[in-house]
Design a protein around this ligand. Structure first.
Ligand code: G
Ligand code: G
Ligand code: NA
Ligand code: MN
Length: 250
């Protein structure tokens, strides 16, 4: 069992690492950006996934220093490599409550030299449920830096549609459940199609996540989904592997 003190020690000992999962242009399969995903290289347990520690990091408040490290590392790593790609970083609801998110984002950009336009923050609907009137101005200030905002796991929470109008999002990430339903369920493709139309009507980018098969890829391409992410094209990988992957990409 993981305890709060383990996480604190892990942060101090720099045991956390980031992997990067590419996001592709559907037309030419070029890498447009990568999503940073945190892992823990635990001295005894080996590689531990975020499902096993993010929740405790949130409840203990340690997601604040950990989230800062994640933002700094993601920006620095992507700024340091030669390819002109973007990076997206998952932000926990708790990071909004800390009151330091805007400052953390500004510092990560300044220290790394990454252009703000190359950074995207991924935010789940649950963040907005929390306290919309406090979160809206924070999102607006972050957006005014030039940073892009994506709504993650779209369609799985509540009131998705009203959020799209009242918060300054640039991108919708269709939850992978819908992508998996697309080929196996009547009406599955219709839902994906509707989200794509919605994005188009509102002037938002739409990315499909969890694309695992050529059949899903082909359906998304013919429905004019411009961006895809998933195991079919690339799994999350450590920074050195990403460098090699990008060198070989179109
Ligand atoms: O990488 P994996 O599929 O194991 O991620 C599982 C969950 O952990 C996902 O919901 C993902 O959004 C979340 N997660 C991964 N990396 C980060 C991170 O850097 N910060 C936060 N807050 N959540 C993350
Ligand atoms: O909640 P979020 O969308 O941030 O979750 C991202 C997680 O989804 C990553 O940890 C990644 O490992 C996982 N993931 C990425 N692509 C695929 C995929 O094609 N299939 C499945 N099952 N999981 C994926
Ligand atoms: Na995400
Ligand atoms: Mn998601």
């Amino acid at each position: 069992r993981i305890r709060i003190d383990d996480i604190r020690r892990g942060i101090a000992n720099q045991e956390f690492v980031l992997e990067y999962q590419p996001r592709f242009d559907t037309h030419d399969r070029r890498v447009l950006s990568v999503e940073a995903l945190v892992r823990w290289l635990h001295p005894e347990k080996g590689l531990v996934g975020p499902g096993e520690f993010i929740d405790l990091a949130e409840r203990s408040g340690l997601i604040i220093p950990l989230g800062e490290w994640i933002l700094n590392t993601a920006c620095r790593t992507i700024a340091a490599q030669p390819h002109d790609i973007g990076v997206s970083v998952n932000i926990s609801p708790v990071q909004f409550r800390g009151g330091t998110l805007l400052d953390t984002v500004e510092k990560a950009l300044a220290r790394s030299g990454l252009a703000a336009e190359r950074l995207e923050l991924e935010i789940t609907e649950s963040v907005l449920l929390d306290n919309p009137d406090e979160i809206r101005p924070i999102l607006q200030r972050i957006k005014s830096l030039g940073v892009r905002l994506a709504i993650d796991d779209f369609g799985t929470g509540h009131s998705s549609l009203s959020y799209l109008r009242s918060f300054p999002f640039d991108v919708i990430k269709i939850d992978r459940q819908f992508i998996s339903d697309m080929v196996v369920q009547d009406g599955g493709r219709a839902i994906v199609h509707a989200i794509l139309s919605l994005g188009k009507a509102l002037g938002l980018g739409v990315i499909a996540e969890g694309v695992e098969t050529e059949q899903q890829f082909e359906m998304l391409a013919s429905d004019e989904c411009k961006e895809v992410q998933g195991f079919l094209l690339a799994r999350p990988m450590p920074a050195p592997d990403l460098g090699k992957f990008l060198d070989r990409s179109p």
